[in-house]
Ligand binder design. Structure first.
Ligand code: PDD
Length: 332
């Protein structure tokens, strides 16, 4: 039987390499004596840092293995979610799971976990991984087939994989601490089903890489001079005090951060909000531009393709919006 090993997170790899070089140092400096097992134990601990879930079992991430005949591996045939959690408290669990269920239904994967089952899985991941600041990655594929054939196979169980990865501290509403994002803007060359949170992210990856190689933090997408979203974020502009974001359709992922932010702003009522088409000309002449995602909250963009946004600083409307978002995001 052939197996594919699920890759470890890069930071775990680095930790292991560092620890392995320590073993080399202790071995050459002191001989392979009693020091070695304790270092080896640390290496083991480092390697096993994330406890993952795969098809009913909890196990160290580097021991989670799937078949190369899994349709997720062969076709990118599956759906995923990323839920942020800070000190054990998740942001947007309900809407994230609803989007997961919608995505699975949209691609016809028969998988009927209840919200309670997803909640239990997330809770277990949080507890087993130290309850710090974690991204919870959930992933369901159509399952493992015996042959590579495009049509959906019948009666195979879905593959369910989940793990957690460490994320930074909660973003804070403080202009001095906010990262200023510099982004690219390129023609949106992805497919016409971007509303589905598909694990097949090659289109997004190629766009992101193109910007990354030029030193940009993200890439905004332009479809016939209309803003859609970014490689891994939704996008907003601010003009004359109004927060504007492209209306949802099949060219954008219905982001949960976007959803929560719009709801919080509308309930608060002090900042006007519009969901409508946004032209790239409006983007370049906006007072502020933001990108939003589960791992970033609201991030201020200060430069697009080398052109300065507004006055080049993190804006006042960003500060007001991030303040409201920070105060309300755990209520979803
Ligand atoms: N990215 N648009 C795209 C294409 C995305 O991949 C994401 C999320 C978003 C924002 O969605 P949300 O607010 O629900 O995180 C918009 C995730 C975080 C990722 O792929 O890692």
């Amino acid at each position: 039987e052939l197996y594919l090993q699920v890759n470890m997170a890069p930071e775990v790899d680095l930790l292991c390499l560092h620890s392995i070089s320590l073993i080399g140092f202790f071995t050459s400096a002191f001989g392979a004596t009693t020091l070695l097992p304790s270092v080896a134990a640390q290496v083991k601990k480092g390697r096993n840092m994330s406890i993952a879930y795969l098809n009913g079992s909890y196990l160290p991430l580097d021991q989670a293995k799937i078949s190369p005949m899994d349709r997720g591996f062969l076709f990118g045939d599956g759906i995923y979610e990323v839920i942020p959690s800070y000190n054990g408290k998740m942001v947007g669990f309900g809407p994230h799971i609803e989007r997961m269920k919608n995505g699975l239904a949209a691609i016809g994967v028969q998988f009927d976990w209840t919200t309670k089952q997803w909640a239990d899985l997330c809770q277990q991941l949080i507890e087993k991984n130290g309850s710090g600041n974690l991204g919870l990655y959930l992933h369901v594929t159509r399952g493992t087939d015996s042959k590579r054939f495009h049509a959906f196979p019948e009666n195979i169980p879905a593959t369910v994989f989940a793990y957690s990865f460490e994320i930074g501290p909660e973003p804070v509403a403080d202009k001095a601490l906010a990262k200023k994002y510099r982004v690219a803007a390129t023609r949106d060359l992805r497919w016409e089903r971007c509303h589905i949170k598909s694990i097949a992210l090659l289109g997004n990856v190629l766009h992101f890489q193109q910007g990354y190689e030029q030193g940009y933090d993200e890439s905004l997408f332009d479809a016939d001079n209309q803003l859609t979203e970014a490689s891994a974020c939704n996008a907003f502009i601010v003009k004359n005090g109004t927060v504007i974001t492209p209306a949802l359709d099949n060219a954008k992922l219905p982001g949960i951060t976007r959803h929560i932010l719009l709801d919080i702003l509308r309930r608060d009522g002090s900042i006007p909000v519009e969901e409508r088409d946004v032209s790239m000309d409006e983007v370049y002449s906006a007072d502020e531009v933001w990108i939003t995602s589960s791992s970033k909250d609201i991030a201020a963009v200060v430069q697009i393709n080398g052109t300065t946004v507004g006055n080049g600083e993190v804006g006042d409307v960003w500060l007001a919006a991030q303040t409201l978002y920070s105060a309300g995001k755990f209520n979803y």
